[in-house]
Design a protein around this ligand. Structure first.
Ligand code: SF4
Length: 522
């Protein structure tokens, strides 16, 4: 496939520069839909500043660069003039702003037209670039989302609490998804209570559809391995979709093979089973290869044709039109200050085992191991294993956020900041979650098979082999009493804490665990 093309002959008369970023790989992008091919130069850029703003997983870099190169080719075949800047190009100025200025200087650009970036930092850069260039910059609404930033602000205005559930119901009414007239299908808006079954190892697990790397992807793999030899993450056996056509096939495979059981086992965790019945479609949606609403319609059709039960389909749709839209709304409502949140004053550094997996805690080791391999773990692994541990141990939220942003293929700033700062770490003081998602080993043991093979005893609190989550859980409550005990949803936990007669021993064990964590012996 020919990626580079000579554009000098066609850009002489071009006046509109349309930059497209790695999370905007959609033919129906507003900046493209409102552009005329004959006067437009599309600009796509692989730049070091973005590849290294955090320590991005190599599989994520391969996925995004390869998807970008394929999308550039698709646009060329559709008649667009595209300037594609590769990471290793000598003239590459390493930043989006630098490249836009360089290309605007090379061509007779009268205007920059861009769909609003998904990252606050890049959005700021785009807003500042017009003045630097002395030409107008038109920033267009990203209408791939159901809710604009202004609409979310309006929804949030005057509300005491910004709970996802109420926002989600509005999205159901707005889209008509799973509606029966004015009422929710089946009589309930939310079937989450049916979606908490633990899984057993003998269940049949469908695997996500994989795709052999083509020549473009193979080139990108070579480049990433050469350029980032010390980066976290494996790229061997790369089988992600890198085009919208293949991502569509992966979506169809999920709908026919896994959606049926997705709801039941949504929160379950099994050793050696990274995917269970999850869709693994978030990277494709977030990069722009799949249309979120179209996926919801596919799932709804599966329900109406009796190929998937209501709890599965409602759960899937809620993740997309509810949770996904809601976290984006929170991000744009609260940035940039949101990122600095540290309500619980957590100050410990991120333990090394988040990168190496070298810990005797089997649950953490398993999740880090599969993250290194696949650039993926599912939401409960993120929230209740790595997130829960970071919360209980008091790890600095910004370091945890950077880790999540780096290691997951679906992680973009707008997704990761609210999920980490708000949901996992309660660092926003309760803007998103009504209470911290803190849990001891009993939750992990109930929802997974990790504890059976662990060095630690999930039932013990103070012994030498007592599970670290247990001591940290009670210590977390005691340590943060002043900030949390008046939360109505925490009252029961504090009543339990006050009934404990071995709290001193538990807190001593917590000191040992926290000290051992920094010495790498936990
Ligand atoms: Fe994790 Fe504790 Fe269970 Fe080990 S015993 S797997 S550390 S929850």
């Amino acid at each position: 496939m020919r990626i580079r093309a000579t554009v000098s002959s066609v850009v002489q008369s071009m006046t509109v520069l349309v930059p497209i970023f790695a999370d905007q790989l959609s033919r129906r992008l507003s900046s493209l839909m409102n552009a005329k091919k004959e006067v437009t130069l599309v600009l796509m850029m692989e730049v070091e500043d973005e590849a290294s703003n955090v320590w991005h997983h190599r599989r994520k870099l391969v996925f995004l660069f390869s998807a970008m190169r394929h999308f550039a080719q698709e646009l060329r075949e559709a008649g667009w003039a595209v300037e594609y800047v590769r990471l290793n190009d000598k003239a590459n100025t390493v930043s989006f702003s630098g490249e836009i200025k360089r290309l605007a200087g090379m061509h007779d650009v009268e205007r920059v037209q861009v769909t609003e970036p998904g990252d606050w930092r890049v959005d700021q850069a785009m807003r500042g670039i017009g003045e630097e260039l002395g030409i107008p910059v038109r920033i267009m609404t990203d209408d791939r989302f159901l809710t604009t930033k202004a609409e979310f602000r309006e929804w949030a205005q005057g509300r005491k609490q910004l709970r996802m559930e109420y926002f989600y119901r509005e999205k159901r009414r707005q889209t008509g998804l799973l509606m029966d007239g004015d009422n929710p299908q089946g009589g309930e808006w939310n079937y989450d209570s049916e979606n908490r079954k633990p899984a057993k190892g003998d269940l049949f697990m469908p695997q996500p559809l994989g795709f052999e790397p083509d020549a473009v992807t193979s080139d990108v793999i070579e480049m990433v391995l050469e350029r980032f030899p010390d980066r976290f993450g494996e790229v061997s056996d790369f089988r992600m979709a890198v085009t919208s056509t293949d991502a569509g096939k992966a979506a169809g495979h999920f709908m026919s093979c896994a959606l049926e059981s997705f709801g039941d086992y949504q929160d379950a965790m099994l050793e050696g089973e990274a995917f269970l019945y999850h869709s693994i479609l978030a990277p494709y949606m977030n990069a722009g290869l799949l249309d979120p609403l179209e996926l919801c319609r596919m799932a709804e059709t599966a329900y109406r044709e009796k190929r998937a039960p209501l709890n599965a389909v409602e759960g899937f749709i809620r993740q997309i039109i509810g949770w996904r839209e809601y976290v984006r709304g929170i991000y744009w409502l609260k940035m940039p200050d949101y990122l600095d949140g540290n309500f619980l004053d957590a100050r410990r550094p991120l333990p090394e085992f988040y990168w190496t997996g070298a810990t005797r805690m089997n649950c953490v080791s398993q999740v880090v191991g599969q993250t290194r391999k696949h650039a993926y773990s599912h939401h409960i692994q993120r929230l209740m294993i790595t997130g829960n541990f970071a919360l209980l141990a008091g790890i600095r939220p910004q370091e945890v956020h950077e880790w999540y942003l780096a290691v997951y293929a679906d992680a973009f700033d707008w997704v990761e900041v609210p999920n980490t700062i708000g949901m996992a770490l309660f660092a926003d003081g309760g803007v998103m979650a009504s209470k911290p998602y803190a849990a001891s080993a009993s939750y992990i043991n109930r929802m997974s098979d990790f504890c059976g093979a662990c060095h630690y005893d999930h039932g013990a609190r103070t012994s030498d082999t007592a599970c670290p989550f247990n001591a940290l859980y009670w210590d977390f409550l005691a340590r943060n009493r002043e900030k949390l005990e008046n939360n109505p949803r925490m009252k029961m936990m504090y009543r339990n804490l006050d009934r404990m007669d071995d709290l001193d021993a538990i807190r001593s064990r917590a000191v040992y665990v926290l000290d051992g964590m920094s010495r790498g012996v936990i």
